[in-house]
Write a protein that binds this ligand. Structure first.
Ligand SMILES: Cc1cn([C@H]2C[C@H](O)[C@@H](COP(=O)(O)OP(=O)(O)O[C@H]3O[C@@H](C)C(=O)[C@@H](O)[C@H]3O)O2)c(=O)[nH]c1=O
Length: 182
């Protein structure tokens, strides 16, 4: 596994070694020992799987209490995945990083606790799976508007098409009004 810090160094791009043979392929997708050494010590307690159609945008989500670190990847299709640093004490507060994750590039993104997270589906459908360091806590769930001007995420492909959102995400708040981490 190759671990690369992104422009916000706490966000880590992970690229597995893929062993292909006549049967197909094999890859390790998570190792606690390596992750602890190269990224940080974590305990994942929940795994999630979602499927979304083209043009769907999920995000930007976080839990203001019980914040979740997320190790995300795409097992079918293609998405643009984004992490926004919403830790007030961080030199990267309000900044974002984004990566295209696909079933072909096998890339994974480590989105630490303290970040808002979202993704936009570029393929006909996309199946997205992720491990979380804390449990789902709907009471503390918050959503920041994907299109917030202050954050200024450049979502590829979105100029041509307005994204489809959940009702909750349509009511996402602006960054300046969002509850953030200390
Ligand atoms: C996230 C989640 C949802 N649900 C339920 C609640 C609801 O009825 C249904 C769909 O929930 P949502 O609309 O919140 O799903 P979704 O918009 O996919 O939410 C997810 O978005 C991405 C971007 C993230 O980063 C995740 O942490 C999570 O917030 O699934 C759970 O039971 N457990 C969970 O952990």
């Amino acid at each position: 596994m190759k671990y690369t810090e992104l422009a916000i160094p706490d966000v880590v791009l992970m690229e597995p070694n893929v062993f292909g043979d006549h049967r197909g392929f094999f890859m390790e997708t998570f190792r606690e020992d390596e992750f602890n050494e190269k990224v940080r010590s974590v305990r994942f307690v929940q795994d999630n799987h979602s499927m979304s159609r083209k043009g769907i945008l999920r995000g930007l989500h976080y839990q203001i209490e019980h914040p979740q670190g997320k190790l995300v990847r795409v097992i079918q299709g293609q998405v643009f995945d984004v992490a926004v640093d919403i830790r007030k004490s961080s030199p990267y507060f309000g900044q974002w990083v984004g990566e295209i994750l696909t079933e072909e590039n096998n890339r994974m993104l480590w989105v630490p606790p303290g970040f808002a997270h979202g993704f936009y589906v570029l393929s006909d459908t996309a199946q997205f799976i992720y491990k979380c360091t804390d449990y789902y806590a709907p009471k503390f769930e918050r959503s920041i508007l994907w299109s917030d001007q202050t954050i200024g995420i450049q979502w590829p492909g979105i100029e041509k098409q307005t994204p489809v959102l959940s009702q909750k995400d349509e009511q996402g708040v602006r960054f300046q009004d969002a509850e953030v981490f200390a």
